[in-house]
Design a protein around this ligand. Structure first.
Ligand code: ATP
Ligand code: MG
Length: 331
């Protein structure tokens, strides 16, 4: 069975963008593939985190995966930092990737521009991501458009390594949804909706209350046209709301447009807001139930022993090929 792998950073509260571009993709593929889903907490500390909040977010992310319908029996759940092989493999890969190659990563350019203290970790983050993927021989990585370049880097790293040291890594492929690969910020529809956004007003969090969702959608930036149609270049705000509606209701954009043909913006926004609320309400109810149960501990315990075995084997294969340590010494 082919394997897919996904991770959502515990950098904050998960957003509607993470649900549409990340979690809903896993839900779609969990019956077809051997699905690995993890919390990349080591990625989070590439930007400053409050340790208490970070730990809360790690657990909350697992609870949200489960509450969103990621099946505990069809997926393997784990926390990145609890398995030391990720960082070890990352170091070996770092020594096999060019500085120039990493300098071309657009997410580093975007994120580093917003920060005063730019860490080396933020720069090398895509290599750790490559290690996350290659360690488990993942065939597919479902992701939003923002991570496409990083998956391509992982492919390049795998191909170069295989060429230099002999066939070692599976070359992964990104799976990018046709619709909803980049949900935009409601206040600035020219930028991606992100959990680490500075302005919370433009971001729908999965745990937002009904009133907050209504307010955020009502104040979403649109235009003065008052015509609901898809035109991402000239009407980015309306197009984003249409995309959200289409994704949450399993429609194509044309059908979503037809549905809102005779709507004014006020009524259009109300219906989009209700659609978000109807999607998030059951998730929120389950989330609080899961937080108060033993389920999180159970899935992490099962996941940990499974991933440890797989990653140990792959890491030792790599270590031996590169010539580190003693050949018969298994770490
Ligand atoms: P951060 O701001 O900390 O980078 P993020 O919201 O970008 O957070 P990530 O943890 O980096 O979230 O990404 C998790 C997954 O969600 C990835 O697969 C990513 O492609 C997807 N994703 C993130 N934001 C969006 C979005 N706005 N639309 C669609 N998919 C998204
Ligand atoms: Mg991101």
């Amino acid at each position: 069975m082919k394997r897919i792998l996904t991770g959502l950073q515990p950098t904050g509260k998960l957003t509607l963008g993470n649900l549409i571009g990340g979690i809903n993709q896993i839900k779609k593929y969990q019956n077809e593939f051997d699905s690995f889903i993890f919390v990349p907490d080591m990625h989070s500390i590439t930007i400053e985190q409050n340790p208490i909040e970070l730990r809360k977010n790690i657990i909350s992310t697992i609870a949200l995966y489960l509450a969103c319908g990621i099946d505990k029996d069809k997926n393997t759940f784990y926390i990145q930092s609890e398995n030391l092989y990720h960082a070890n493999l990352s170091w070996i890969l770092e020594c096999n990737v060019g500085f120039g190659q990493l300098s071309r990563m657009t997410q580093f350019k975007d994120k580093s521009q917003k920060k005063i203290n730019v860490t080396c970790g933020l720069f090398t983050y895509p290599v750790l991501m490559a290690a996350d993927i290659l360690l488990y021989s993942a065939n597919f990585v479902p992701t939003g458009i923002d991570q496409k370049q990083h998956v391509e880097l992982a492919r390049d790293i795998a191909e170069c390594f295989n060429k230099k040291y002999g066939n070692t890594f599976v070359v992964p492929e990104p799976i990018i949804p046709q619709l909803g690969a980049k949900i935009m910020d409601l206040q600035n529809p020219l930028i991606k909706m992100s959990k680490s956004a500075e302005n919370e007003k433009g971001v729908i969090y999965l745990l937002d209350t009904e009133d907050v969702i209504r307010k955020k959608v009502k104040s979403a930036v649109t235009d003065s046209d008052n015509k609901v149609c898809y035109d991402s270049e000239n009407k980015p705000g309306v197009s984003n709301l249409l995309t959200i509606y289409a994704c949450l209701n399993n429609l194509c954009i044309i059908d979503a447009e037809k549905h809102f043909e005779n709507y004014q913006y006020g009524a259009f926004k109300s219906e989009v807001a209700e659609s978000i609320i109807n999607t998030l309400k059951p998730i929120q109810e389950k989330y609080y139930e899961i937080l108060n149960s033993n389920l999180i501990e159970e899935v992490l315990k099962n996941g940990y022993s499974k991933v440890l075995e797989i990653s140990k084997e792959k890491y030792n294969e790599v270590k031996n090929k590169v010539g580190l340590g003693r050949i018969d010494f298994i770490v």
